[in-house]
Design a protein around this ligand. Structure first.
Ligand code: TRP
Length: 329
């Protein structure tokens, strides 16, 4: 059984793009691997959240991932800051991470441009903390999106460097977990690119029925086709893409045909898509509300997860300390 680790950003509500692009795959993954899912709250400190927001964000993310199907019986689900072994490994790895390579990281250079007045050392060593997250369980695989590929590459480099420096073969070089054909990209509702956090572009798992209807009514389209069998422009094609994933095949084909013969009324298509989205989202939203009101359950999940994560992390750290030459008197 392979160890798969996935780090989850500690802010933001889940939208359909996250759900189909990542979470549904996590839910499947947890049956086939030894999975660790954790909420990266230390990483979020790089942008200085208020103490009140810090906790609220972590809680919300935990609740929504549980609601979407992460199963604390199958996987180890924890909060990064509940596992102090990660911080210790981060300190140790920092000694073998070089200023030049950290400064050259794309994400760091981005921040240097965007927030020059808060270019803290946490941002510089962000990839080291991420490597510590991964290596602390000696993970084999990490599912990562495009924006995290370089960070994973650095974790591989730090693992390799440790093995070379101490002439051992202790750390695995973690590889990207490949979802294969299962990877689904959900476009946004504003006719541009993929679904994100921006207002109007995304449908969130906590959205109420009327919010979903309103968002669909506002979704970008055009005047409608005038020549038969034409290719829809991107915003309309995006709605078809969502429909293909969310609605049943008959419905999808029905509107495709109407588009092809120029009889389509976007209002009808949007109404249908809104109702199909509501069918999908309602049980997820209800899960969120149910779990959100159950403090005991949330506390139990977090504490069992932390306990299991610390057990595995402690084993790794003990070996690392031994390899590096730490000894007690
Ligand atoms: N940096 C990741 C992100 O922004 C989150 C993350 C932190 C992570 N530590 C990780 C992802 C370890 C994978 C493995 O999405």
């Amino acid at each position: 059984m392979k160890t798969v680790l996935s780090g989850i950003r500690s802010t933001g509500n889940l939208h359909l793009g996250n759900y189909f692009g990542a979470v549904k795959n996590f839910v499947k993954m947890q049956h086939q691997n030894k999975c660790y899912f954790f909420i990266a709250d230390y990483h979020s400190l790089t942008t200085h959240p208020t103490p009140q927001n810090l906790h609220k964000n972590v809680r919300q993310v935990l609740v929504e991932y549980l609601a979407a199907g992460l199963d604390p019986e199958l996987a180890t689900l924890y909060v990064q800051s509940d596992v102090p072994e990660i911080s210790e490994l981060y300190l140790l790895l920092n000694m073998n991470a070089y200023l030049g390579e950290l400064e050259r990281t794309t994400s760091f250079k981005d921040k240097a441009r965007k927030q020059p007045d808060n270019l803290n050392a946490g941002l510089l060593t962000y990839p080291v903390l991420m490597a510590a997250d991964i290596l602390i369980h000696n993970s084999h695989y990490v599912p990562v999106g495009k924006d995290q590929e370089q960070h994973l590459e650095m974790a591989r480099k730090f693992a390799r460097r440790f093995n070379n420096m101490y002439k051992c073969n202790f750390f695995n070089e973690p590889e990207p977990y490949n979802f294969g054909e299962a990877l689904i990209k959900i476009p946004g509702l504003d006719g541009t690119g993929k679904m994100g956090k921006s207002e109007g572009n995304g449908i969130f798992l906590i959205d109420e029925d009327k919010t979903i209807r309103k968002k669909l009514m506002r979704a970008v389209t055009d005047q409608g086709p005038t020549t038969p069998n034409s290719t829809p422009p991107e915003p309309v094609e995006n709605l078809f893409k969502i429909m293909k994933i969310v609605s049943d095949e008959i419905t999808y084909k029905f509107f495709k045909e109407q588009y092809a013969n120029c009889s389509i009324r976007y209002g009808d298509m949007k109404k249908q898509l809104a109702e199909d989205l509501i069918k999908l989202i309602t049980p997820l939203r209800e899960n969120i509300y149910r779990i959100n009101s159950d403090n005991d359950y949330i506390r139990k999940v977090a504490s069992i997860g932390a306990e299991r994560a610390r057990e595995s992390a402690g084993k790794t750290l003990k070996e690392v300390r031994k390899i590096m030459g730490f000894k007690s008197f």
